[in-house]
Write a protein that binds this ligand. Structure first.
Ligand code: AOF
Ligand code: ZN
Length: 398
């Protein structure tokens, strides 16, 4: 902590310290769900005094962690508290943070975004203002919204957030024409993807990707500590996965259906019945622990939405599914993009000209024009550029 630079606590310094609070939250990714992972830092005379992030679900909130880490509470007098989400004002599994913050004698409290939870919704800030504390809101609000999006979206829209994630070349290829996709983005982007998977309750891929890659879809090679594996969802309305060649099936058992985390196979019941005519499919089904029947007769988009709202999904997953990240491939991404199913997109662009035509997003433009997305946060990852975009309908909610 001695290495922290001394910065003025006004304006420019606010962004610097809120960035630190966001980093606190991001390093605790996946730990507190379905409670949002909030970050907090306490700064006095331009120096970092304490920091904290939300503990496991039901555990202490970020503000309490940071405040309680300071042995001599008198040090908090006149300090500034930075927090990525409005301090709560209700008694849940934890006592209200606003009361605790109000009792410490802080000079200022800087908040990135409000908490839309109806139990809080401005009451935390109101409580703090009553005590005469100087409050500043909206510092790094876009970044905080991007970070807290799964929680904010669940509170505001009341349904599962659907995020898209893909890596592409400069000319929009998701794989080279020879089918290779794993070398488009660099090592840093791939490590970031692994880390990002923890932010979502589930990862979803289509049958094409499953059959081509037999992906593990787990959190592995990331630098930050990791706290959870997302549930794996295989979207296979036509029940193609169960009829694959034996070598592919063995790869699937080893990786895609590994015991690391539940894998839910989503199929149309009629397609499953047809596939069952093959004796090996019946045998293979014994190895599939989680099978979710999909609604028949609707578009893929409507089918997916219905499946995500099905309570049977959470039962299979062993956790509430408030957010899902769709990782491809190009066919499924195109189908869902055409139907405007996505709420947010994480798009990695590598400095490569692919020059191919086979693996790209392809769908008729709505009304002949495209959809304009709103860039919320960006990062340079090695030579790649990551931009996180909000869809217009998501933007309207916030
Ligand atoms: C904060 N700081 O770090 C977080 C907050 O059941 P509880 O007591 O854990 O409360 C959960 C609610 O508290 C959650 O829905 C959200 O509104 C807020 N989360 N608030 O002041 C935190 N994680
Ligand atoms: Zn709280």
């Amino acid at each position: 902590q001695g290495a922290e630079p001394v910065l003025p606590t006004a304006q420019g310094g606010d962004e610097y310290w809120m960035q630190k609070a966001l980093e606190q939250a991001m390093s605790a990714v996946g730990r507190s769900h379905p409670n949002p992972t909030v970050g907090c830092v306490i700064v006095k005379e331009g120096r970092l005094l304490a920091s904290g992030a939300t503990e496991v679900h039901g555990g202490r909130h970020a503000e309490r962690v940071a405040i309680q880490s300071v042995a001599d509470r008198s040090q908090l007098r006149g300090a500034t508290l930075y927090v990525t989400l409005e301090p709560c004002s209700h008694t849940g599994r934890q006592p209200p943070c606003a009361e605790l913050v109000a009792s410490c004698g802080f000079a200022r409290c800087v908040v990135a975004v409000g908490d839309p939870n109806p139990l809080v919704a401005g009451n935390g800030l109101r409580r703090l203002r009553e005590t005469g504390l100087e409050i500043q809101t909206g510092v790094l609000a876009q970044e905080a919204i991007a970070w807290h999006l799964p929680f904010l979206f669940w509170q505001l829209a009341g349904r599962t957030l659907i995020a898209a994630k893909w890596a592409q070349t400069l000319d929009g290829q998701l794989a080279y024409d020879d089918g290779r996709s794993q070398w488009i983005s660099g090592e840093e982007s791939r490590a970031y993807t692994h880390w990002l998977r923890q932010k979502y309750d589930a990862i979803l891929v289509g049958a094409g990707t499953v059959l081509a890659d037999q992906p593990a879809l787990t959190v592995r090679s990331c630098v930050e500590p990791h706290h959870r594996q997302p549930v794996r969802l295989l979207f296979d309305p036509a029940a193609r996965i169960l009829s694959c060649p034996e070598g592919v099936w063995q790869g699937l058992l080893e990786r895609t259906f590994s015991p690391a985390t539940p894998t839910v196979l989503m199929v149309h019941p009629s397609a499953l019945e047809a596939a069952r005519q093959e004796p090996r499919v019946v045998q293979r089904l014994e190895r599939v622990e989680h099978l979710l029947p999909l609604l028949e007769g609707s578009s893929p988009a409507a089918t997916l939405r219905a499946a995500l709202a099905d309570p049977a999904l959470s039962a299979h997953a062993g956790r509430p599914i408030h957010s899902v990240m769709v990782e491809g491939g190009p066919r499924l991404l195109s189908t869902l993009a055409e139907a405007s199913v996505f709420d947010v997109a994480h798009i990695f662009t590598a400095p490569t000209l692919g020059g191919g035509t086979r693996y790209r997003l392809q769908f008729p433009a709505p009304y002949g024009t495209g959809v304009r997305l709103n860039p919320m946060a960006h990062a340079r990852l090695g030579e790649d550029l990551l931009v996180e975009y909000l869809y217009p309908s998501t933007q309207k909610l916030l």
